[in-house]
Design a protein around this ligand. Structure first.
Ligand code: DON
Length: 304
């Protein structure tokens, strides 16, 4: 596959779309990022790295952290998670509270904010610092010791986290949090504030392309069954209420974040990460989704 030529073509064709969409501004620190940035990286299972544009610039991973937090929770409690979180698409916005009332505080899936708060609760119960555990995990997956969370972004979100606080307290009222709601929200906002580049995120997701084993080190992260399940959740829930349209267009399991990043995987072949901060109305990167659609179109490769 001629990834360098395909990435170059995507980079050329995407130019008119850069700066379109809306940078997330409910987290004030994120509003400062120029909307016209664009980076894309493909890391193959064989270890080849292909990059274009701002692929080495770190950005706020935001909800992409939910993928890796969920991986850690799988490692800790495996199927027990499903007694506390569902695995159905929500069909509502990523920060919606409405279903929690009728569904007794059991979030629809681990990739919406409500579900991620329960996942973070699992990590907070087990680790002295959930965000440090997640940062360490990202360092292990990437081999990059400088990966960290951005305190300014975390504080910026924490100062405006009324909705996530409401959600955590609401879930707690149903008895579905073991740790204090404020502790969980604090850890959650810090883990969302992890900064990574496209190359680092694609590398971190590579175990999902390889049956749960990091190709470079041979380290097993998840068994093949849990790997399948996590990828299936990405497909059905990873891009929120746009998941149907996203998979129709792109055909890959993916996880997005309001920082403008999207990570996607093609099992057996490659992991890809794209970053462009302008978001569509569902909170997914507008140019990023288009670039991934072109990638699967030009390569003729998807999971279908
Ligand atoms: O909790 C929030 O609202 C953000 N920290 C993360 C949301 C997010 O990234 C949704 N993604 N598209």
């Amino acid at each position: 596959m001629n990834y360098p030529a395909i990435l170059e073509q995507i980079h050329r064709d995407i130019q008119p779309y850069l700066g379109t969409g809306r940078v997330a501004d409910y987290i004030p620190e994120l509003a400062k990022i120029p909307a016209d940035r664009f980076g894309m990286a493909v890391v193959t299972a064989a270890g080849d790295v292909h990059r274009i544009g701002d692929a080495d610039e770190r950005f706020s991973v935001q909800s992409i952290s939910k993928l890796f937090a969920c991986t850690l929770a799988f490692q800790l409690i495996d199927d027990e998670l499903w007694s506390r979180v569902g695995r159905e698409p929500s069909g509502t916005a990523f920060n919606s509270l409405v279903q929690l009332e009728t569904e007794q505080g059991k979030p629809r899936n681990p990739f919406i904010n409500a579900g991620a708060l329960v996942v973070t609760d699992v990590l907070c119960r087990r680790f002295v610092s959930a965000e440090t555990a997640l940062v360490e995990f990202m360092r292990r997956l990437t081999g990059e010791r400088t990966v960290d969370y951005d305190l300014r972004v975390a504080q910026s979100e924490l100062a405006n986290a009324h909705r996530n606080r409401a959600m955590a307290h609401f879930i707690a009222s149903f008895g579905n949090l073991e740790m204090p709601a404020e502790v969980v929200v604090d850890a959650y906002c810090r883990q969302c504030a992890i900064s990574m580049s496209c190359v680092e995120l694609a590398r971190a997701a590579l175990f999902l392309c390889n049956g749960g084993v990091v190709p470079a080190t041979g380290e097993r992260i998840l068994d093949s069954s849990s790997t399948k399940r996590l990828s299936a959740l990405m497909l059905t829930c990873g891009t929120y209420d746009a998941a149907g349209d996203f998979v129709f267009r792109v055909g890959l399991p993916a996880k997005s974040g309001v920082g403008g990043g999207i990570v996607a995987v093609l099992p057996g072949e490659m992991a890809v990460c794209v970053w462009s901060p302008g978001l569509d109305s569902n909170g997914n990167s507008l140019a990023g989704t288009l670039a991934l659609e072109w990638l699967t179109t030009h390569t003729g490769q998807s999971i279908f």
